[in-house]
Design a binder for this molecule. Structure first.
Ligand SMILES: *Cc1c(COP(=O)(O)O)cnc(C)c1O
Length: 237
């Protein structure tokens, strides 16, 4: 494909995803602006990311710190924000925090503690989401719902993180309808927890939904969707 063809295709794909987000938001009684699209760029290099930004993507997500760092460095002057959506090993925190606007994948108390400590050392206050293993699948990361129910006061102790909400990945091998059950369960968990949030914890954000199921996620209350593959359809990479 020529760079022009890539550019056109990315713009079309992005416009389609944005339209579907807007339609799903309306179906759930909200406005298009109430749902944030994180354009996941983990599959692609700068030759695709740059035209994607030109087409209007402004919040980008990466899941592997080592692949993320050079991209963030190369795009340091672009008007974009980065979200870390994948596993953040503790030895990768220090280099990652200054580059990101939100960490979606705080999956254990130990990790939250480490983020808090390092954010403090860097004089940052880092917004995070708590990743929940909502499907109970052993292969998945995250807090169990039981870890959080009744224990939110544990999170009061972290002055350098701002807990903004919950994140989940739908269970493996589930189709959009199966995923919908996981999304509804995450929203219900959030609704139960929200009444008892300690200071420094607010659970307004629900990060759920990917290319195969983001519309169902929005209908179930997602405020942030993380979409990758759908943006690159028809582009050979
Ligand atoms: C890769 C990834 C996505 C995007 O998945 P697609 O199916 O390509 O849209 C979303 N969330 C996380 C955590 C990911 O790792």
């Amino acid at each position: 494909m020529t760079p022009e063809q890539i550019r056109d295709r990315l713009a079309d794909n992005l416009a389609l995803v944005q339209q579907r987000i807007a339609d799903a938001a309306l179906r759930s009684g909200r406005k298009a602006d109430d749902v944030l699209l994180v354009a996941v760029t983990k599959y692609v290099g700068l030759e695709i990311i740059e035209p994607l930004i030109d087409a209007g993507a402004s919040v980008l997500g990466e899941s592997r710190p080592q692949q993320f760092w050079p991209k963030a460095e190369a795009l340091a002057d672009s008007p974009i924000h980065w979200h870390m959506i994948g596993q953040l090993q503790r030895n990768k925190i220090r280099r990652t925090l200054p580059l990101v606007e939100l960490v979606h994948s705080a999956e254990s108390l130990r990790l939250v503690e480490a983020i808090d400590r390092i954010a403090g050392e860097l004089s940052l206050r880092t917004p995070i989401l708590l990743e929940v293993n909502i499907s109970g699948n052993e292969a998945k990361h995250g807090f169990s719902p039981a870890d959080l129910e009744g224990n939110l006061t544990d999170f009061e102790a972290f002055p350098n993180v701002e807990i903004r909400g919950l994140m989940c990945m739908a269970g493996l091998g589930t189709d959009a309808d199966g995923a919908r059950g996981d999304f509804a369960a995450l929203r219900e968990l959030r609704d139960r927890l929200r009444g008892n949030c300690p200071p420094g914890v607010s659970l307004d954000e629900l990060s759920m939904g990917m290319s195969g199921d983001y519309e169902a996620a929005i209908e179930e209350g997602a405020t942030i969707v993380r979409v990758g593959s759908a943006l690159y359809e028809g582009i050979s990479r």
